[in-house]
Design a protein around this ligand. Structure first.
Ligand code: SF4
Ligand code: ZN
Length: 730
């Protein structure tokens, strides 16, 4: 039965042009996939019994395609036969577009079941896929890229299926996609083709080689989970989900090489979901569906056409660089053996600085390298380094310097073979041998910074000039100026308290994905993604008054200690489609702030310890509350209040306002070691300030102490952890 969403497909096939060949192929492919799933399933049930568990690793969404489209929480083998039978009963042999789409939908179910059965043999020690093949992609990865999907840094998803007729043209196509920031799923022989051509694939490159054949379903279950996680689309709401996928996820399939009936049926499942399919095979006009299943033989035109049918428009400045450039390279690391030169990282002196300068102190577009260029250094050299980015703009202010400076990290990392970490005078950079062999120069870094600053901040940046220093005496001289400026900035921020301002800011950036979530950002509580501070939100509001950050006044105190104001409640109520009525900014137990899905950390109560624990996205392991990050994320995300649990940004933990209403920092009994080290300096200071002692940080247990309450309690007792003697938590 056609639904509201299916109106989208009405009238797309011209009268008298029914593509019967395509529909017949789909029908037979679907029956094949369903039968194969059935055989494997009955074999598995015979071997393991109907009560044997079945699941994918690292997900709170059961078998996500099934969970998403029809709501079932599949947990054991015995749950599957009725679902499979129901889908089979829906498949009709009449060759109509509607029947073909339903068949495609059933094929996705079959594929998901086939792949889930493969995981019966899976243990983390015995992965099903050799690197870089991903197989099923766990929730942590989906969340990791959430914010990039939200702000369109990732403009869409390209699913490559099959075998390309020309590897070189394929490489060019994939590099174009990466350069524009697309998320890529590759399935089948294209994966080998790309690896043979040395294209970097894997989670870090947002290019997932999922596997072969029916493993293409891992692209589908990724997209559908994004809809449930960030879109807040409830499981089982088929049409809402398809609508969301169509509007937000903007995926398309590039179906390459000879067609196969099962793959064709899977492509029809994509069309069912609202994703068009473009093939490189010449098809007769009546084997195509206009705008939905059609031919583009020329690889150099495919991406362009795909973007047009999906309505994806990019406004990017073209950069002429010897290396590839785009968010796909952001996660790339450069190991010692691959590195040509290295700067900073406490090996040499290095810094980076954004300065707001006057109109006559700048030459727009100029990049100057003072000192030797990269090719004058030897492989393995460690050199002093300074990057100064001068900015003039009619609306530029000193307050924005830090906001722009923090983006240097992303921009430089977007360059293939450039690696950047930390900031200010603790920055650490590497350039790979590969990049230098391709001709990369320090000057290119300047070009990148100029282009990106202008592209990302058009409202405040009119002119940009970059100076790169590689001479020790100059670095030494300018690092002093830089430090003075850092200090001045810090003093401004450190002196800033929630009491001292009369407006907070909202951040509604994630609403494009999580419509019922709104972050309230205060000087002492940054957004839960860790990327938006009060100053950032303020700057962003000034740069773009109709953008995602709005001022939220503080009027009508209801409870100052817990952090509740009448005006904030009103704002939140309106901003969340009336789903949230009251919020305590400083509590996780009573009316806590909601979470979208981008949280850096999740906190959970541990009643047995009279305290709370915190885990991070980076910590994949078990935690004392009995749940991993990804299970917890499934509980707290999506914009609903979950007292006792809350997503936060890392730096909030060291804030004076950290869950003040629930007892503050002294409540923290467990966090991963890595987080402890990350915050060490601040936590030592805060421990002293709170009267918990400078050594408080060492009273907090971590995974080396244990990952269950039983394991950590004796440690807390031995160390005399303050939480044990605080007022009862609940
Ligand atoms: Fe999303 Fe909140 Fe971060 Fe804004 S501050 S980007 S709403 S998580
Ligand atoms: Zn978010």
């Amino acid at each position: 039965m056609a639904s509201e969403f299916d109106k989208l497909f009405e009238g797309v096939i011209p009268e008298g042009k029914n593509p019967t060949k395509l529909f017949r192929e789909t029908y037979h492919g679907t029956i094949t996939a369903l039968s194969y799933a059935e055989i494997l399933l009955s074999r598995a049930i015979r071997k393991y019994g109907p009560n044997h568990p079945v699941s994918y690793p690292d997900t709170a969404y059961y078998l996500p395609v099934i969970r998403c489209y029809s709501g079932e929480e599949v947990t054991k083998l015995g749950d599957l036969p009725p679902i499979l039978n129901r889908m089979r009963a829906m498949v009709r042999s009449d060759l109509t577009f509607e029947n073909a789409r339903t068949a495609g939908w059933a094929t996705w179910y079959a594929a998901e079941i086939i792949e889930a059965l493969r995981y019966l043999e899976y243990t983390p020690e015995k992965p099903l896929h050799p690197d870089p093949w991903t197989g099923f992609i766990g929730d942590p990865v989906v969340r990791k890229y959430g914010i990039k999907m939200v702000d369109w840094t990732i403009p869409g998803e390209a699913i490559l299926l099959g075998r390309a007729k020309d590897s070189k043209a394929l490489v060019k196509l994939v590099q174009d996609l990466m350069g524009m920031g697309f998320m890529i799923f590759a399935c089948d022989e294209v994966v080998e083709q790309l690896l043979e051509e040395n294209v970097k694939l894997g989670i870090d490159y947002i290019a997932f080689p999922v596997g072969n054949f029916t493993q293409v379903v891992h692209a589908a279950n990724y997209a559908l989970r994004a809809g449930m996680m960030f879109g807040g689309v409830k499981p089982g709401l088929l049409d809402e989900q398809r609508d969301y996928q169509r509007r937000r996820i903007r995926a398309f399939i590039l179906y390459l090489g000879e067609h196969d009936m099962v793959k064709t049926a899977a492509c029809m499942g994509a069309i069912f979901t609202g994703f068009p399919v473009i093939t490189d095979q010449p098809l007769a006009e009546d084997e195509q569906i206009p705008d939905w299943f059609f031919t583009v033989e020329d690889y150099s035109k495919m991406v362009q056409v795909a973007m047009e049918v999906r309505g994806i428009k990019l406004t990017k400045i073209k950069l002429d660089l010897p290396i590839n450039f785009g968010p796909a390279f952001e996660g790339e690391s450069i190991r010692k053996g691959d590195m040509y030169v290295e700067m900073g990282g406490s090996r040499t002196m290095a810094f980076e600085l954004v300065r707001s300068v006057g109109e006559d102190q700048i030459e727009d577009g100029k990049v100057e390298v003072i000192g030797p260029e990269i090719d004058e250094f030897k492989e393995g050299d460690k050199l002093p380094f300074g990057t100064i980015v001068d900015i003039y703009g009619r609306k530029m202010q000193e307050d924005y310097e830090g906001v722009l400076e923090r983006r240097i990290h992303d921009f430089v990392n977007y360059g293939e073979g450039l690696w950047h970490t930390a900031q200010r005078d603790i920055v650490w950079l590497r350039v790979s041998k590969d990049a230098v062999a391709k001709g990369a120069k320090f000057k290119n870094m300047g070009d990148i910074l100029i282009a990106k600053m202008k592209e990302e901040f058009p409202a405040i940046v009119d002119r940009v000039q970059v100076t790169i220093l590689t001479r020790e005496d100059l670095v030494e001289q300018y690092i002093e100026e830089a430090r003075k400026r850092y200090r001045a900035r810090d003093d401004r921020l450190a002196g800033m308290t929630d009491e001292a301002v009369d407006v907070f800011y909202s951040c509604n950036l994630c609403q494009s994905f999580a419509p019922n979530h709104s972050c309230i950002v205060t000087p002492e509580r940054l957004g839960l993604c860790g990327a938006v501070s009060w100053l950032d939100a303020k700057a962003s509001h000034e740069i773009n008054p109709v953008g995602p950050n709005e001022p939220v006044t503080k009027e009508g105190v209801i409870d100052e200690h817990k952090g509740m104001w009448k005006s904030v409640n009103e704002y939140v109520y309106n901003a969340t489609n009336h789903s949230l009525e009251e919020v305590n900014i400083y509590s996780m137990l009573e009316n806590p702030m909601t979470s979208c899905g981008c949280f850096e950390c999740i906190m959970a109560i541990l009643p047995e310890c009279n305290g709370i624990m915190i885990t991070t996205r980076e910590h994949g392991g078990m935690t004392p509350c009995g749940m991993t990050f990804s299970t917890l994320a499934g509980m707290v995300g999506g914009g609903t209040q979950t007292p006792g649990f809350m997503g936060v940004g890392r730096r909030y933990i060291a804030s004076r306002k950290f869950i003040r209403a629930d007892g503050g920092l002294g409540r923290v009994v467990w966090m991963p070691k890595e987080l402890k080290e990350y915050l060490r300096e601040e936590l030592v200071k805060r421990g002293a300030e709170e009267g918990l002692g400078e050594d408080f940080i060492d009273k907090i247990a971590d995974e080396t102490v244990g990952t269950t309450v039983e394991e950590i309690l004796p440690y807390l007792e031995e160390k005399g952890h303050p939480a044990l003697t605080m007022d009862p938590l609940m």
